[in-house]
Design a protein around this ligand. Sequence first.
Ligand code: HXC
Length: 543
Amino acid sequence: MSDLMEDPIAGAHKEAEKKKQPKKARVISESLKKFREISAKAAAGGPPEKIAAQKAKGKLTARERIAYLTDEGSFQEIGLLVESRCTDFGIKDKHIQGDGVVTGFASIGGRKIALFAEDFTQLGGSLGLAHARKIATIMDMALAARMPVIGILDSGGARIQEGVDSLDGYGEIFYRNTKCSGVIPQISIILGPCAGGAVYSPALTDFVFMVKGISNMFVTGPEVVKAATGEEVDFETLGGSMTHASKSGVCHFVANSEQDCFRQVKELLSLLPQSRYEAPAPEETKDPENRKMAILERLCEVDPRRPYRVHHVIWWLSDDHKFLEVHHNYAKNIVTGFIRMGTQVVGVVANNPAHMAGALDINGSDKAARFIRFLNNFNIPILSLVDVPGYWPGVAQEHGGIIRHGAKLLYAYCEATVPKVTLVLRKAYGGAYIAMSSKYMRGDLNFSLPVAEIAVMGPRGAIEILFSKQIKEAKPEDRDALRAKLAAEYSEKFASPYQTASIGSIDEIIEPASARERLIGAFRILSGKRRPGEHEHTGNIPL
Ligand code: HXC
């Protein structure tokens, strides 16, 4: 009879006998020893000199990054022992376990996530077929089990020794990025080089994080640029974090250090649902819903042309004055980000009079449209704060395609079926008034402050067109007074919220001080408008 089939009572007697005898040293079986040795070697990553080189660049290793990002002890690795099958250039003989990427599942703030972290200390984190398959595997599982995917990228790109296999690997990842788009949140953290076509995986995800002095993204590096165009440019200027955060718009969040970056990722994640089949979790607050909005009372008192940062309004509207801004450095004329109102997550889209007078332009339209589509995919209601004088004029805008890009904003608002609440703060003129979640974009509840100017165009522009003959015919010294009189008449009749409210294009003109309470109430009224997963699925195409 084997040990396993032993009579349980006789077995219990034997155990009692054993306890009486002095303890012997524990013998670890050979197979267990081998398993532990192999696992420890694989988990160590690249050789010590490569780890030292990584540290010398001020970078953490892949596993340290995972430890910082995830809840302690929560990481469950998948594919630790996967190796490349490539026989060229001696890759297989090197037995690089893990193949330059650590993949698995973990929790962040108690919520499960899938993640991969490229390991630059192994073959420069380059992507071969096995490496790509590891990433694809956890993406497939994340999609099936409905959880966000977080990728940490630190790689020399396509593994040159594996030829087209590496390109195929990227193709598989791009395909999955697209399939996951709008179904589960996808976050990319660039913590090293990210070059060539490799940049397109992060670009297909919802949010890209970069760290100053550590992250680079470019399709062709400085040397190729110099050979092709003669331009001399360094890595940071060509594709560093600030370049992508402020010029190209590829990067949504910039951090000062890797640790700062992980803190930001955690904050973002706390505001998102696990998938499009859920809504973000509420968060309790002691901030009174009826907290008075003195800032909006002041806005009603100052010169309507005085610029201000709309961030102040957002901070005062939100629970505990918290606002996670997305794309802070890009297209500053429109502000996008997440707040909570009455415990619930709300996405804010706001014109920002402090920059370009808050006018809509190409970059601002793209930025807002993509954010709105993200919110709609993930059941996050939209608050639009309107203070917009129109579209930014100019040949560059027309030739750059403001018609095509501006249309994306219209499309995104019209398409969105999540609750949409709009507050017109001051100006809402012309086509930009329609675009900014007006009733005709199917804004659900549209409010305005008493000082709002809602009209086909601003009074000054309007009177120059309507009364050009009278102004020309007036004596030069009388013209300014005439203009002021006509503008006042126009404003009284058209540039106020009363005409708009009388035809129902604004639902209510509200008391500025009670704006927070009214908006929270509006979102509460609309909370049953759409249940998660009910809307027709659209991906979050990079606009
Ligand atoms: C194989 C690579 C590699 C790659 C780096 N390594 N990139 N191995 N394929 N693509 C290896 C190096 O040989 C070296 O190996 C180790 O990684 C560390 O690289 P170093 O050059 O020593 O590091 P560093 O000085 O920090 O320079 C980092 C780098 C540089 C700037 C990323 O390595 C580089 O320029 N790599 C090539 C980038 C590139 O052109 N990739 C292909 C892009 S095309 P040892 O053995 O010395 O440790 C592409 C197409 C994708 O990606 C298309 C997708 C659709």
